[in-house]
Structures are given as structure tokens and as C-alpha cells.
Ligand binder design. Sequence first.
Ligand SMILES: [Zn+2]
Length: 236
Amino acid sequence: MPVSRTLGSITVTALTDSEGAFFQPRTQAFPHATAAQWAEADRRDPASVTADGQWWLTFRSFAVRSGDGPVTLIDAGIGPADAPAASWAPVPGRLPAELAAAGIDPADVDTVVLTHLHSDHIGWAVTGAPGRPYFPNADYLVQRAELDAAQSINPGLPAGLIAPLRAAGQLRVVDGATTLTPAVRLLPTPGHTPGHQSVLVSSVDDRMLLTGDLLVHMVQLVDPDLAYAHEEDQAP
Ligand SMILES: [Zn+2]
């Protein structure tokens, strides 16, 4: 079942598209983390490690909604069985069922924020053949720096994702910090990819940052200077 948190009148719902063991030993993903740092990360987030010490990874999207208004969806998961992430991630994802369980119809989504264009964040953005936007009423928001780097991030992106969104008139390219509503703001957080963005949700008393792959593992909160091997710019 999806898990929700409220900030004032805003509900943020975590939707699990899929989960599975990471494709390589976690000590290769964070080659500089010490045994003590792993132990502390596992204490804080026991669900992210298996009994035999593998990284158990949850692939999530987040739905942000004020009352029963339109939905802003952050990231689009690993996608269906034939999605680009199928080469390494545990497809098919179950985002459609998670959305339904949260009472969200794809047509309710008026904004899809893609934090970045890695294959495990765009899976449900465009589906079918020929590809069509899965969320028929949504603008899809991507940072210009990410779009400019798309070919190097994933050579199949221009044809498989960008062209169908453009053809449907649903691609919205943004430059830097962007205010969507008084409560929802896009913040550039480059490093993992050149145009990675995070989403800051604010209410009177609370703030929540939806970080995409700016943070992928608790060990990065144990020591924020730890480099992640799959980061394009690994300097802290
Ligand atoms: Zn990524």
C-alpha cells in the first residue's frame, strides 16, 4: 500500500514501482564507505539490506497533491516489461496499480517531473508502440541541461522518450529553479547527472525535499561526502 505524509493541505504519497537487489555489490557502488558507515546505514534503514548483505533497492515515484486537485508526479519508475530499464531493473513495475490504490487516475496527473533521464526514472513516461505519453493530460518537466545531455545519458532517449513527448506537445523544458505552485518548487541538483533536479514541497511549517537520485542510499546521509560510483560528477 502506498505511504502518505501530509504537509498542511498537501499530501505526498510514495508509490513503489518495484524493488529488488542492486545489480552489483554495494561496496562497488560506494567503494569508500567503511564497515562502520555501512553498519550505521543499516541501523537507520534496515529495509535496504538483505540477510546476505546486498543492497535492496526500492524504485519509487511520488505523488504530490493539494486536496483532491491535480496531481504532480515525481519520476516515472522502471516501467513495463518492455521498458528501457529491463536490461538491469526488476520490470515490470507496478506503478499503475499503486496509483489506483492511492485513488489516482493517470488522467488526474497534470505534471510529471522527471528528476533526471536514467532509465529507472522514465519507465512509465511513454509506453506502447508507437510510444504515447502514459499520462495524457500532463506536462513533462525536464531541465534543459538534462535534455542537452540526453544522448550521452541514454542513446535511445531521443526516439523513445523525447520525440513522442514533443509530438504530443507535452514536453516542457525548464531552466534552473522553477516555481510550479507556491508550495512546489523545482531545484537544480546536478551531479548524479548534469541536469538532475529535486522537488521542494513547502507548507507553513514543514518542508520536504524529494531528491531523485541525489540520495540513493542511507549511507550518503551517514557521510554526505561519500561518492556514489554511478554519479557523473563524484566530487562532494
Ligand atoms: Zn539515476
